[in-house]
Design a binder for this molecule. Structure first.
Ligand SMILES: [Zn+2]
Length: 179
């Protein structure tokens, strides 16, 4: 499903040292392009084609990797990919590309569960918590299932945090801070 152009972009990113400033991983337009491709993949896979999605690549104050705002009446959603990923408090080692797809999956799950979230009142913390428990279960199914292959086979070059833990295996993007 990946075009040659996207494959080139992935190899390019993996071959470069990751750009970091003050404990933040700095993403660029190439990451944004891939993120949108991953979102489209999971939008189709989860049968969410009735949503009209607009994407934005921006800085947020929330410290998440990506976030989603939606209006169920108009079926419009805005998905924001954070430009600077704060990884200072991250307890596990992640891979940038792997996390991009994990975050895309997460935001599509938010849309999948949107009707329930709205019925129950999105401001209810218990509902938000349970929604994320379901998303995490779906995500471990996604990353562990032989039915759902990853879009690309990631190498470890783009893993973070940087070389402090060279012996540690990359642990999959299931626990990222996508919100
Ligand atoms: Zn979320």
């Amino acid at each position: 499903m990946l075009t040659d152009d996207l494959r080139r972009t992935i190899s390019e990113i993996e071959a470069e040292p990751r750009k970091e400033e003050n404990g933040k991983v700095i993403l660029d337009e190439r990451h944004f392009k891939l993120f949108k491709v991953f979102c489209c993949k999971w939008q189709k896979t989860l049968g969410l084609n009735h949503w009209n999605i607009v994407y934005s690549f921006d800085k947020t104050d929330s410290g998440v990797f990506a976030c989603c705002r939606f209006n169920q009446e108009s079926m419009k959603a805005v998905i924001v990919l954070e430009q600077e990923w704060d990884v200072v408090d991250l307890k596990i080692e992640l891979n940038t590309l792997q996390q991009l797809e994990g975050s895309a999956f997460h935001e599509m799950c938010e849309l999948l569960l949107a009707p329930l979230t709205l019925i129950a009142n999105a401001r209810d913390n218990e509902v938000v918590h349970e929604t994320h428990c379901i998303i995490n279960r779906l995500d471990s199914f996604r990353t562990n299932s032989s039915l759902w292959e990853p879009t690309v086979m990631y190498t470890k070059n783009s893993a973070f945090p940087p070389s402090d833990n060279p012996h540690k295996e990359s642990s999959g993007g299931t626990n990222g801070k996508a919100n």
